[in-house]
Design a protein around this ligand. Sequence first.
Ligand code: ADP
Ligand code: MG
Length: 565
Amino acid sequence: PKVRLDASFGSTLPLGGNAAFASQSGALGEIVLATAKAVRLGLSHFVSLGNRADVSSNDLLEFWADDPETGVIMLYLESFGNPRHFGRIAREVTRQRGKPILAVKSGRTRQGARAASSHTGSLAGGDRAASALFKSCGVIRCDTVAELFDLGRGFCTQPLPGGKRVGILTNAGGPGIMATDAAVHFGLDMADLQPDTQVTMRKVLPVEASVANPVDMIASATAPQYRVCSEALLRDPGVDALLAIFVSPIVTDKLQVTRALIEGVQAAGQNKPVLACFMGFDAQDEGITLLADAGIPNYPFPDAAARTLAAMHRFQAYRDEPEGKPVRFKVDKAKAKALIDGAKAQGREWLDGAAAMELLQAYGVPTVESRRVHTPDEAIAFADALGYPVVLKLDSEQVVHKSDVGGVKVDLRSPGEIKGAFWDLQQRLNELGVTDAAFLVQRMVAGGQETIIGAVADETVGHLLMFGLGGVFVELMKDVAFAVHPLTDADADRMLREVRGWPLLAGHRGSAPRDVALLREVLLRLDQLVGDFPVIAEMDLNPFMAAPVGQGSVAVDARVRLSSR
Ligand code: ADP
Ligand code: MG
């Protein structure tokens, strides 16, 4: 620390502090330095990565992991050098060292030149891969550089909250409501204040004030009231964090209020985060300097403060979560290899429908009873053995989305209906000029909740696993969750719970809960499959029918595309 070096062409020297900053953009670097100084964010190191000829952001992460001067790491990235390596070292930094990493990632990945054809493939485009990678290693993603600074100032100066219950203290109603809305919006809870706390505050406040949370001391609030109420709120065991708002009316001495808040915080002596939202001050204001000197970050608007607190809570929650373990199943890898090699030998890009089903079976994924046939008689023989109703569908490499061309006939209840469906499908094939078609006969699965479970190879981060609810949930609402390979059991659990449709699986309004343990297992088995066979470019089970426990959840449609490389 006694030796300082400036090897940049920047004109601003930052203040010393505990945030390390790496920027992949040199031009942004100068602005970062100026902004850091203006908002009094102290830096341990600032690195402009240039063209990364030698030192990468991963190298810096490794160095900062051990650097005692660095407590928070801030990144502006346009690409990942080696995403696998990034994931591993970032997880080490966040989990083992407890240092938060805040990142802005711009330069959204181009969707591959080859148009993705499965749902999983097309949904994975854009920016999902980077988000999934960040999530897997606890990196907090910021949408903008401004947000990066907001969060950075909170993480650098304040302890992490023990929970998500926030107490709000204000002298103005509007900002108090804004802060409350923002806190709830970002996933925090409003603390329920203990009677003792309310009594303490009531003693110093006028009757018009509200001592419920948000505590509105009204515009006449004085410095001594700020002093008493901030201390009381912080001492309340039901309060995990304090957001103190002050709108400066001309009658109140701003500096006195600032000092009173600082005194209240110090008197409380709690290890809880305190964020200020002293509105209408400018950056040079003495009050802001006082707050900064006391280590309390100030935000011009309540939503930025609430967002920061919420991110701090999420980071604490991430660190409290069990880390999760990789899971390996006993599978028939030789069988899977034979199927994949067979398809390659035939020059196929897509496995045929029957082979895709067999591949799943080799990896222990339950599939519907299914047979590949060429004639109505074969179909009827299989249906007679299986029992009615059945489903008849096209199986052709030239038809990727079968129902789009009328290629799926469900609920066939007799040999006569099978013959009719066969005839229809033949017509469709003739119209489409498809020559390679066979047909699949399947048991008709009733009453399952359709889900989609898939994997896709992303050009930067490797395989991504995907989970979502089928039908309109995935097609219209894009309600899906992604995670990067390799998954842990905890990752798979998180994916299931992350989709908005989760209540439909957990049991919603009397509907039976689905076999979510099996869904989790299927995700992990697919994860193992794509890990064993990186040649799988994309695959999805769409739908995988999720039934209640023990009632036969199965995949009824599977697509597997092999990479041409
Ligand atoms: P594609 O996705 O190529 O259009 P699918 O095989 O997924 O073809 O069939 C389309 C839809 O038909 C499925 O989403 C599902 O709703 C229904 N379906 C297909 N096979 C079955 C089956 N065996 N049992 C019940 N429903 C089925
Ligand atoms: Mg389908």
